[in-house]
Structures are given as structure tokens and as C-alpha cells.
Write a protein that binds this ligand. Structure first.
Ligand code: BEZ
Length: 254
């Protein structure tokens, strides 16, 4: 296993406070996975184990893996088997009946290395069931984060950690590495932000804000907030994020 990349410092408490909707919205993906006794499943990017716990409750034998020590600790506190590791360096060998991943693959680059590791981790005929940010995901927020960073003289494209592919590109990646794609679709999902945009930015914007001196971060985020307010905040002050998910199921052929 390679060392986890320093992309974002996940804090399990912050994530649970501001982004619980991410795992709450994972229920349809669990239905696609249809876990049960006799299946060995890897939950790639398991976070604090909210969905891993549901997979375990089905009777499946599940291992969670996450690059955040804080999230792994939170998953273990639920009584789950959770390991610290990075998705680009998976070193499992033909061990799993399925790899499951919710809201995580958009953080893992290069995607070719991630899919190669998933391929190695699966038994022949094993399944990948995943949902993550697809083309256009949080496009409005991403553009504002980048524009405000560029205005301050930074290379925003280099700072941007996210990988949001469309169905054609991801299908080509999977089929090129021995998978048959059973289903793949972009799902636009405007998502209410109960903790407001401030909570979302607190949780997810670190790869951008970490380039700035701490004293300059508040005005940066205020500028981003005002940029997106007309499109993402209604007259009553309710925020939503312009989420677009890529949801897929694929089978390892051979
Ligand atoms: C997410 O984990 O849901 C997410 C993170 C960053 C950008 C978009 C979505």
C-alpha cells in the first residue's frame, strides 16, 4: 500500500456535521450492490463507515479503506474492519467479490491506477459498484473556487484535486482494463446544504484554501460565496450544491 496522498485532511467530526447527506444519499447504491452473506466486499473510501456498517449488517464480510486516519478511526469505533490506505495503491489480490465506492473516486487520481488496483483486488467475475462526482459536478462552486484563486495569482488548475468524468470517458477507462460496464449514468442531483455553503466549504475546500496564508482564507471564501450566491442560494437563505453523480456497475470479465 502506498502512503495516503495529502489531498485533504479529513476530520471525521467536521464531515459528520457538514456532509452526512453524502452517505445518506448512498442508499440506492447499496441496493445496486445487494450485499449478503458469503460475499467479501471492499468499501473503497469508506469514510466514517456509515455505509460500510450497512454492508456489514447484510451479513457480508466487508473491509473499509480510507486515506484519512480520522475517518478510519471513526469507522473502527463502529466495530468495523477499516484500514488506512490510498486508492491509487491498492495491493489486494483477487480477494473480493465486489468493490463498492460512494463519493470517493473523484478524490483519487490518477484514475487509471485506481481502476488497475480495483481490477487486481477483484476475483474474476467480481463487480465494481460505485457512485462519485461526474462531469459537471459542483461546477458552479468549482469555477468560483478556481477564479478567486487565480485572481490571487495561483495556478488553480494545479490546485484542483477533483476528477469528474463523463460516462463515455469512464466507460473507456473501465473497458480498457478488463471490465464490462453493466450500467452507467450521470445523475443531476441539486442537493440542499443543511449546514449552508459555509459548512460545505469548511469540509471540502481545503485543497484550495491551503495555498493561502491562514489570514487570507476568510476573505477568499467570502468572495467565493458571493460569486455563487445568485445561483445556489434562494431568497430565504437556503443553500444547495449543484451535484452531479456518475453511478455505475461493472463486472470484471474473465
Ligand atoms: C463529495 O465528497 O461529495 C464531494 C467533494 C468535493 C466535491 C464534490 C463532491
Amino acid at each position: 500500500m502506498t502512503e495516503p496522498q495529502a489531498r485533504a485532511t479529513w476530520n471525521a467530526d467536521t464531515y459528520a456535521r457538514n456532509a452526512r447527506f453524502v452517505s445518506d444519499l448512498g442508499a440506492p447504491l447499496l441496493d445496486m450492490l445487494a450485499p449478503g452473506p458469503g460475499q467479501r466486499i471492499l468499501d473503497l473510501g469508506c469514510g466514517d463507515g456509515a455505509l460500510t456498517e450497512k454492508i456489514a449488517a447484510s451479513g457480508a464480510d466487508v473491509v473499509g479503506l480510507d486515506a484519512s486516519a480520522s475517518q478510519v478511526e471513526a469507522a473502527r469505533a463502529r466495530g468495523l474492519e477499516a484500514r488506512l490506505g490510498d486508492g491509487t495503491g491498492l495491493d489486494f489480490e483477487s480477494e473480493f467479490d465486489a468493490v463498492f465506492s460512494n463519493a470517493a473516486l473523484h478524490w483519487m487520481t490518477p484514475p487509471e491506477a485506481v481502476v488497475a488496483g480495483i481490477n487486481r483486488a477483484l476475483k474474476p467475475g467480481g463487480r465494481l459498484v460505485a457512485e462519485f462526482g461526474g462531469a459537471g459536478n459542483v461546477a458552479r462552486i468549482e469555477a468560483a473556487l478556481m477564479k478567486a484563486l487565480e485572481r490571487r495569482g495561483f495556478d488553480a488548475a494545479a490546485a484542483n484535486p477533483w476528477y469528474f468524468p463523463g460516462p463515455d470517458d469512464y466507460t473507456a477507462l473501465l473497458t480498457g482494463q478488463g471490465f464490462r460496464v453493466d450500467s452507467i449514468a450521470l445523475i443531476p442531483r441539486p442537493t440542499p446544504l443543511a449546514a449552508g455553503l459555509a459548512g460545505w466549504l469548511e469540509t471540502f475546500s481545503e485543497p484550495f484554501t491551503e495555498l493561502l496564508e491562514p489570514a487570507r482564507r476568510a476573505e477568499y471564501l467570502a468572495e467565493v460565496t458571493e460569486d455563487v450566491r445568485p445561483e445556489l442560494c434562494d431568497a430565504e437563505g437556503n443553500w444547495s450544491a449543484d451535484y452531479v453523480r456518475l453511478r455505475l456497475a461493472a463486472t470484471l470479465e474473465g
